[in-house]
Every structure is written in structure tokens, then in C-alpha cells.
Design a binder for this molecule. Structure first.
Ligand SMILES: CC(C)(COP(=O)(O)OP(=O)(O)OC[C@H]1O[C@@H](n2cnc3c(N)ncnc32)[C@H](O)[C@@H]1OP(=O)(O)O)[C@@H](O)C(=O)NCCC(=O)NCCS
Length: 194
């Protein structure tokens, strides 16, 4: 991605994004029996949701006419950050957006003084597992039949200490590599404008 007027950015999800994100969620997870209630999630003080957008640099990053093409969520419980989901629209995959969302979640977890990051991922979802592995998440066990649509197992993946020198060093390096490869994507994680 070179210098151009249109680029990607990540910002906090707001109420104005709910319908676009719900639509995206239905398209990405058509078999989900209980779709995520983003209205409730935004009211949940433990939950932190972000969206990836195509941003026209001529417009404000908070502009609600930006096109939402991915989202991710984190639940923060004391010092543990639990990744609820990361999802990118089908026709925008393999362009670095999933990685951009994960970089932003890690940044959020560090800002919120968390130590540990964890998640569950379907045993068959090798793509997502690769993304998490790239950022140091390792497999810690299996929740048998965790997913109630098809009783698929959930693999637990965790990073123990995101404040360690080793993790921070690796994170900095990966972020630098990302910027070299992908260019002008922005992460703006200030509180949403009410
Ligand atoms: C998982 C998902 C978010 C990845 O998003 P994406 O924007 O396509 O991923 P990126 O382009 O940022 O790729 C980042 C890394 O993910 C891994 N990855 C992504 N797509 C991959 C694929 N098709 N095969 C193998 N690895 C892949 C690679 O490690 C990649 O790093 P690299 O570019 O250095 O190889 C996306 O596939 C998605 O939305 N899937 C459906 C929802 C889902 O399953 N979410 C996870 C829930 S736990």
C-alpha cells in the first residue's frame, strides 16, 4: 500500500457502527445461532470493540461515512484480555487487516494494563491460528465441543505476559515490519466521541 488518498484505519466502534458491523457479522458467520448483540456489547464496561475502515484521508477518521470492513472485540477482566473475535470482510482478506486489528487489540490491552491475552479458536480455523501464532500466542489446551453450532473443539491460545521485554520487543518488531510492508494504516484508539 503506497501513499494514496484511501487507506485503512482502526478506531473504536460507536453506536453509529452497529448496523454495519451486525451486517458484516451475519455475512462472516452465517451459521451463528446467536448473533452478537453489539448494542449490549457497547454498553458492557468490560468490552472494547474496534472497527477497521477504509478511510479517505480528506475526511475525519471519526467520520461515520467511512466503510466498515472488519471488527474485533476484547473483554477485559482484571489483568486478562480475552479476544472475543476478529473478523474481516471476505473481499478484503489477505491485505493485512486482520493483523492491523490484532495490533490494535494488543495496544489496547497494553493501555489497559493487562498482562495476559487469551482466546478460543475453532480447531479447524488454521488461518486465524496462524495469525495468532505470528504474535506469540501458543496453544494451551482444548475446550471439547466448545462451539455449539457443530460441537467443534475450541483451541485455547494465550500470551502470558504482554508486558515482558521479550513480548514488547517482538511486538515492536512486528509492528515495524507491518508498517514497512503495508504503509499508511492508522490506529486511533482514543475514547469514542459521544
Ligand atoms: C482470520 C482473519 C481475521 C484474518 O484476516 P486477514 O485480513 O485475511 O489476515 P491478514 O491479511 O492480516 O494476515 C495476517 C496473518 O494471518 C495469517 N493468515 C491470514 N490468512 C491466511 C491464510 N489464508 N492462510 C494462512 N495464514 C493466513 C498469516 O499468518 C498472515 O501473516 P502473513 O501475511 O505474514 O502471512 C480472516 O480470515 C477472517 O475474518 N476470518 C473469518 C473470521 C474468523 O475466523 N475470525 C477468527 C475468530 S477466532
Amino acid at each position: 500500500m503506497g501513499k494514496c488518498d484511501l487507506s485503512y484505519c482502526v478506531r473504536r466502534m460507536t453506536e453509529d457502527d452497529i448496523s454495519a458491523v451486525s451486517e458484516l457479522d451475519r455475512r462472516i458467520f452465517p451459521d451463528m445461532k446467536m448473533p452478537t448483540n453489539f448494542e449490549n456489547e457497547l454498553k458492557n464496561c468490560m468490552a472494547h470493540y474496534i472497527v477497521a475502515c477504509e478511510c479517505d484521508s480528506a475526511k475525519s477518521i471519526n467520520s461515520n461515512d467511512s466503510n466498515v470492513i472488519g471488527y474485533a472485540g476484547l473483554w477485559i477482566m482484571v489483568s486478562e484480555a480475552h479476544i472475543v473475535n476478529i473478523a474481516v470482510a471476505h473481499n478484503y482478506r489477505r491485505r493485512g487487516l486482520g493483523e492491523l486489528l490484532l495490533l490494535a487489540l494488543i495496544e489496547l490491552a497494553l493501555d489497559m494494563k493487562c498482562n495476559m491475552m487469551t482466546l478460543e479458536v475453532r480447531a479447524s480455523n488454521v488461518t486465524a491460528q496462524r495469525l495468532y501464532q505470528k504474535y506469540g500466542f501458543t496453544s494451551r489446551g482444548v475446550r471439547k465441543g466448545y462451539y455449539n453450532d457443530n460441537r467443534e473443539d475450541g483451541i485455547i491460545m494465550t500470551v502470558d505476559n504482554i508486558n515482558s521485554k521479550t513480548f514488547k520487543g517482538e511486538y515492536k518488531k512486528l509492528k515495524g515490519d507491518y508498517q514497512k510492508k503495508r504503509g499508511a494504516a492508522e490506529i486511533i484508539l482514543t475514547a469514542p466521541i459521544s
